[in-house]
Design a protein around this ligand. Structure first.
Ligand SMILES: NC(=O)c1ccc[n+]([C@@H]2O[C@H](COP(=O)([O-])OP(=O)(O)OC[C@H]3O[C@@H](n4cnc5c(N)ncnc54)[C@H](O)[C@@H]3O)[C@@H](O)[C@H]2O)c1
Length: 427
């Protein structure tokens, strides 16, 4: 099948590489010339496990191509996937300008009977705007579908290749066979529904996961008040299959390019329909407060932050990615630096991205360098590599910095036994 992918970011590149791997002829288009030049030479600017191998292999086999030309990508494609960003506007609603500018361009080049599949996360009704926009520039017949993406950064290739379910929103019968065929190689249930339902299913899924995180964080806060331990409480909950073990890890809250924006967008969609979504408002508030509380905890313990040495571990919004969008580590590093602290930061993968946005901090070359001569160690992302610091702290003659574990990552009992002060979330 001939497939065009418009927007070659996290979702577009992974989708393109995975469709090529499953035997299709894929053309990935992006307006970012540098990105396309790099990709054409097999250079991938984002860190995502397994992705580079897949891209290089399929480039070599000529199943995957990269271009800045909309015409080249779209003119013979049977399926055209829109994968551009939908960042939040000031009021929280999804900014559809990239989706709509793609719609303008696609219309000029699409071929008769092609299917335009919106993979970007967008509110119900966007399909109608996209259709109107395309109809302004073409008389050819085409179909519109929604195919929201559920991959998670850090496990994106695996998630894409092994979906739990694939959702297709489509109102026409005719093109269903193409989408059925496309996803026939992928496991998981294929669900057809209306476009509105598909678009809502994406927002509802992210909002539910964010709710789970805020819920367990509130339980952790309460654990601190009553002297309970969130690790035991969460484990006790998670063995109930009605609850499950995922997204029950207490911490300093969710970040990233999806949860914060999608939860706010859904809240905004509700408001536009005069529905006050109380629950989501609280989810957002709890999430924002979680890092404020943590900052306060550190401040209370260290006293005046001016001149204090603080090491922040973790700048990506979660482990196994270099994505720093809405990263709590970046936010905390900036807050400590603004408060006059001497901040040293370290992340296994996100240093280059962090250097573009973080001002007035020192970037360490290694974990070991970062944790030397510091008053406090703050863990902001649960990279597996950071688990090793408990043995380093136990072995090396460091001056026992106070440890603030924002992700409940460390094996804290041994640290406390040898005299470290250790603070976490609900432990
Ligand atoms: N990142 C994720 O984990 C994830 C997961 C599921 C869904 N989503 C959704 O998928 C969409 C894309 O997210 P992303 O993280 O891949 O975004 P991204 O910012 O990584 O990539 C978007 C790409 O689109 C390109 N672009 C912008 N305007 C364009 C245009 N007119 N023509 C061609 N290309 C253009 C940009 O240059 C960029 O490379 C969003 O709606 C997001 O909410 C993201």
């Amino acid at each position: 099948m001939k497939i065009a992918i418009i927007g070659t970011g996290y979702v577009g590149l992974v989708s393109g590489a995975c469709f090529a791997e499953s035997g299709h002829d894929v053309s990935c288009m992006d307006v970012d010339e540098n990105k396309i030049n790099d990709l054409t030479s097999g250079i991938i600017s984002i860190y995502e496990p397994e992705l580079k191998n897949l891209v290089v292999k399929n480039l070599k086999e000529q199943k995957l191509k990269f271009t800045t030309s909309m015409k080249e990508a779209v003119q013979n494609a049977q399926l055209i996937f829109i994968c551009v960003g939908t960042p939040p506007k000031e009021n929280g609603s999804a900014d559809l300008r990239y989706v709509l500018s793609v719609a303008d361009e696609i219309g000029k080049y699409l071929s008769e009977g092609s299917v335009i599949v919106i993979k970007s996360t967008v509110p119900a009704g966007t399909d109608k705007t996209v259709r109107d926009q395309i109809l302004r520039v073409t008389k050819k017949s085409f179909f519109i579908a929604s195919n929201p993406e559920f991959l998670g950064e850090g496990t994106a290739v695996h998630d894409f290749m092994n979906p739990h379910r694939t959702i297709i929103g489509i109102d026409d019968e005719e093109p269903k066979f193409l989408l059925r065929e496309l996803y026939s190689d992928f496991p998981g249930e294929l669900l057809f529904m209306t476009i509105e339902s598909a678009m809502m299913a994406k927002y509802a899924s992210n909002a539910f996961l964010a709710t789970k995180i805020s819920f367990i964080n509130e339980i952790a806060n309460l654990c601190e008040c009553v002297g309970a331990n969130i690790d035991d409480v969460a484990r006790g909950m998670s063995l109930d299959p009605r609850i499950g073990k995922h997204f029950l890890k207490a911490g300093i809250g969710y970040g990233g390019s999806c949860f914060p924006k999608d939860v706010r967008a859904l809240y905004q969609i509700a408001s536009e329909h005069e529905h006050d979504f109380h629950l989501l408002k609280s989810v957002i508030e709890v999430n924002n407060n979680q890092r404020i509380k943590f900052f306060g905890k550190i401040k209370k313990e260290l006293g005046d932050l001016n001149g204090k040495n603080i090491c922040i571990l973790g700048l990506s919004f979660k482990p196994n990615t270099d994505d720093i969008r809405e990263s709590i580590g970046i936010d905390l590093a900036q807050k400590f630096s603004n408060a006059g602290a001497e901040v040293v930061v370290y992340d296994p993968r996100a240093m280059n991205n962090a250097k573009k946005v973080l001002l007035g901090v020192e970037f360490a070359d290694s974990l070991n360098e970062a944790i030397q001569k510091t008053d406090a160690i703050v863990i902001a992302t649960d990279w597996a590599e950071f688990r090793a610091i408990d043995s380093a702290l136990l072995k090396e003659a460091l001056e026992k910095p106070i440890i603030f574990d924002g992700r409940n990552l460390l094996n804290y009992k041994d640290l406390i036994r040898v005299g470290y002060k250790y603070f976490a979330i609900g432990r």
